[in-house]
Design a protein around this ligand. Sequence first.
Ligand SMILES: C[S@@+](CC[C@H](N)C(=O)[O-])C[C@H]1O[C@@H](n2cnc3c(N)ncnc32)[C@H](O)[C@@H]1O
Length: 255
Amino acid sequence: MKNNIPDNFVDLTVTSPPYDNLRTYKGFVFDYQSMLKELYRITKDGGVVVWVVNDATIKGSETLTSFKQAIYAKEECGFNVHDTMIYEKINYIPLTHNRYEQCFEYMFVFSKGKPKTFNPIMIDCKTKGNNTDKRTFYQTNKQDKPTIGHNNVCVKNQKQNKNIWELSTNSGYKGHPAPFPEQLAKDHILSWSNEGDIVFDPMCGSGTTCKEAYLLHRNFIGVDMSEEYINNICIPRLEQYGWNSINNISKQNSI
Ligand SMILES: C[S@@+](CC[C@H](N)C(=O)[O-])C[C@H]1O[C@@H](n2cnc3c(N)ncnc32)[C@H](O)[C@@H]1O
């Protein structure tokens, strides 16, 4: 990635680094500092980086690498931490140990300044159309004084989704050790970019971000240190949807 991509070029990055040493990816030590600095350089003003990460538990303690990375992104690179979202795995694997079952990963939403795009995912309200009896509301009036009151309100059909996304791990690509659920990539791309934007994944693995970006009519760039993943998974996966690899491949597939 270094110097191959111009400054202020990418609208959205959706990516996931290797989690501590849970998977070694051929013994490669991951340098998150350089990666985050470069991501800041290439991200447009108002662009977003979604960083999906989790921690290993080593000698009985979580490493908190995820938070070290988020603090580095904020304090050393200049990103805003726009949101700390959770990807909740509805089909987590139960383990026999002395703590509650591990069922989530962090999805840090870093932004370069204020995000320039937000197309919120909407969900149905469970009680849509119902007339609530004397619903309590809280609002700020013109003098900025908060007031509390009661009203009869008709519940809307839809509302903005919450920042915990419940997803199945089963919708990821089967030939890679740690793929995104397709819905995760899709919903972030819809949320933080528009058609024609440039979407990037510097550790694209099986190419989930690239595939979803392509299907949503965004431009995309995918990079992975593994030539095997690029050649044997990403390219054939994209070609299934009519993407043409001729003219679109650069050999510089590692950072
Ligand atoms: C957690 S997986 C990402 C999976 C991906 N989100 C998907 O849906 O398939 C991390 C990927 O990072 C790649 N990787 C690790 N270190 C890297 C580096 N320094 N530069 C580029 N890719 C790297 C690995 O080969 C692996 O495919």
